[in-house]
Design a protein around this ligand. Structure first.
Ligand SMILES: NC(=O)c1ccc[n+]([C@@H]2O[C@H](COP(=O)([O-])OP(=O)(O)OC[C@H]3O[C@@H](n4cnc5c(N)ncnc54)[C@H](OP(=O)(O)O)[C@@H]3O)[C@@H](O)[C@H]2O)c1
Length: 292
């Protein structure tokens, strides 16, 4: 009988990828979603069992967790992470869940001025003292940033607009995180109690990223640096929720101070295949990035 796993946030970027990759590894996947619709039907079409659950409602999590060996926990950048994590840990205790793969962030830090980064640090600590067998993943910025609604319109016009100065990182795709999550859900033993950084293969600044995007998309992309406040005010005016704006205000300071820097081959170590580059991601999503 194959191992049963629960994947929360299954309609989100990393959750969707984790569902697909876990099924590919032969795991028996239960995908937790908030409501039924086209997105949950797509998960069922992949072979997942879909359950309705809300991380802010303990009983729905307990029900979703029954009979599960290992689970992936993810919460969006929005208020409620600590509440959701405590609920998840309590449900895990009640159901005897063996392993938790927790999506944290590279910038998790109790000294950060980002509310989200401080909450994420506390959420890690809660899981640590819960006594559950936990693996934390600390990704750097996702490549999906290029597709976020407050970035994409600029990129479509040839501008990579980020308040990052000469800061550096090695962005990582959600699809590659999904492969790492699936591998850990399947074989967690050697990693229990560890925190695994997840980065793409090549560290770069945003001048280099713009050059790689230009090459991949076959048109000029120019990096535009700007003050963090100006950036935050502008995305707030575009309708980005206040919690995300507040997070980015702090996280961009952390970014400029090197908190997201470095590259690693942890995806490759876990899965046997390296994570994709900026150019590979851009070619995969060229239609969206070009506004076709
Ligand atoms: N983006 C980055 O560069 C970056 C970098 C490092 C770390 N991270 C971390 O990545 C995490 C986000 O991961 P992601 O991009 O995969 O998430 P995402 O695409 O934003 O998806 C979030 C998922 O959570 C679900 N959700 C929302 N409210 C819920 C609730 N009350 N109960 C249960 N599920 C709920 C959403 O459901 P619906 O689809 O129904 O809303 C969705 O499936 C954050 O914790 C962030 O700190 C992000």
């Amino acid at each position: 009988m194959s191992k049963k796993v629960l994947i929360t946030g299954a309609t989100g970027d990393t959750g969707r990828a984790a569902v697909r990759e876990s099924i590919a590894l032969g795991l028996d996947v239960r995908a937790m979603v908030r409501r039924r619709g086209a997105r949950s039907e797509a998960l069922e079409a992949l072979g997942a069992e879909v359950v309705i659950g809300d991380l802010l409602e303990i009983n729905t999590i307990r029900d979703a967790m029954k009979g599960v060996d290992a689970a992936y926990l993810v919460w969006p950048v929005q208020p409620g992470l600590i509440n959701a994590t405590v609920n998840f840990a309590q449900a895990a205790k009640e159901t005897g869940l063996k392993t938790v793969i927790n999506l944290s962030q590279r910038s998790a830090n109790r000294e950060s001025s980002s509310d989200s980064s401080r909450d994420t640090y506390i959420a890690e600590e809660i899981l640590n003292w819960s006594g559950l067998a936990v693996i934390h993943l600390r990704p750097t910025y996702f490549l999906e940033w290029l597709l976020y609604p407050w970035q994409l319109p600029y990129l479509q016009q040839g501008v990579l607009r980020m308040p990052v100065g000469k800061g550096r990182h090695s962005p990582i795709a959600a699809d590659d995180q999904g492969r790492a999550i699936a591998a850990l859900l399947k074989n967690p033993e050697a990693h229990i109690g560890t925190t695994i950084p997840l980065s793409g293969p090549i560290e770069m600044d945003h001048e280099q990223m713009a050059a790689e995007l230009s090459e991949a998309l076959g048109r000029k992309i120019v990096f535009q640096d700007l003050p963090i406040d100006e950036y935050c005010n502008s995305i707030e005016a575009m309708g980005v929720p206040p919690y995300i704006v507040q997070h980015l205000g702090g996280a961009m300071v952390d970014y400029q101070n090197g908190h997201m820097s470095g590259a690693d081959n942890n995806v490759e170590k876990l899965t046997g295949r390296r994570s994709m580059t900026v150019g590979e991601f851009a070619r995969l999503h060229a239609d969206k990035l070009n506004g076709a």
